[in-house]
Design a protein around this ligand. Structure first.
Ligand code: PSZ
Length: 289
């Protein structure tokens, strides 16, 4: 049997249902996290839980559990589902109330759900790299909130997929922001560059790990806005996310990045990233790149 967490209780996954007037369902009025699990252990858990709390707080939802309580519940969920490699999906909404744009008054409890998804590392793509398209960023101006409202992201991702690509790299005018579900990095003359974490992008947990790894390994790294022109002239391009890790981008809108192969600095960062996973979660047996 598979289990899910619903409002603090671990129950049969098929019994975990919410009301049609749940504000997450009606308005996307909530926030979420995806947490990677390797060897049955959660990677960068504290960072994800802090971002979850920050996202919720920024839209006025108070999560009715402490970080310690959430950790305990997620650990129990992992054990019950016997998840070794995969993801935890977790979301909280403003709860169930008669449909109204206004926030409900009174004591409406938030709806908190978590469940697990099995999934291996994307080894093929990590090795060979992926293709991307460019698309105008049409999203709202609070992309730092990990909101359930993902329509702009979905439209971008769908467009990429319809063109045989893995990701859509979004830009506001000449400024590159982020992927539809990833952060974007370029490498130029040995320096790694990625958008600063402001309201225009999600402050990726993977991005922060990569920036730290650069600093620890004396790789020059800058968090600043870069342009489409800089992207076009980059020596290397890669993207990052919880599930994609450090993913080489080898082609954008049909144009190869340099030779069209993953670059050397990207490869080094993949190795450093794998070591960081192993530090937190144990050795990745038969799962290396
Ligand atoms: O399973 C998947 O495909 C996932 S799991 C997480 C993501 C995709 N993407 C997170 C994300 C995002 O949605 C946007 C718009 N920007 C950046 C990221 C990367 O954030 P982290 O590194 O925290 O996953």
């Amino acid at each position: 049997m598979e289990y899910a967490l619903l409002n603090g209780e671990i129950i049969d996954r098929s019994e975990a249902k919410v009301d049609v007037e749940d504000r997450g369902y009606q308005f996307g009025d909530g926030v979420y996290e995806v947490i990677r699990v390797y060897n049955g252990k959660m990677f960068t858990l504290t960072e994800h839980l802090k971002r979850f709390a920050n996202s919720a707080e920024s839209i006025g939802i108070s999560i009715p559990f402490s970080i310690v309580e959430l950790t305990e519940m997620l650990e129990e969920l992992l054990l019950k589902n016997n998840l070794q490699t995969g993801n935890i999906y977790m979301q909280v909404t403003r709860g169930t109330a008669p449909r109204n744009h206004l926030f409900p008054t009174g004591n409406v409890p938030p709806t908190l759900v978590a469940y697990t998804i099995k999934g291996v590392r994307p080894l093929e793509n990590l090795k060979s790299g992926v293709k991307a398209i460019l698309t105008e960023d049409i999203r709202w101006l609070r992309c730092d909130i990990k909101s359930l409202n993902l329509l702009g992201n979905l439209l971008a991702k769908q467009k990429a997929s319809e063109q045989g690509c893995f990701e859509a790299i979004q830009h506001r005018g000449q400024d590159v922001t982020e992927g539809s579900s990833s952060n974007i990095f370029i490498v130029k003359n040995g320096t790694v560059i990625t958008h600063e974490s402001n309201h225009l992008i999600l402050k990726g947990i993977t991005k922060d790990v990569i920036v730290d790894l650069c600093k620890k390994n004396n790789i020059p790294v800058l968090e600043r806005t870069f342009s489409l022109a800089e992207l076009g002239e980059a020596d290397e391009v890669f993207l990052s996310s919880t599930t994609a890790e450090v993913m080489p981008v080898i082609e954008i809108d049909g144009n190869k990045i340099k030779s069209g192969n993953p670059g050397p600095l990207t490869r080094n960062l993949q190795e450093f990233f794998k070591k960081e996973i192993e530090k937190q979660c144990g050795v990745l047996v038969n799962n290396g790149i």
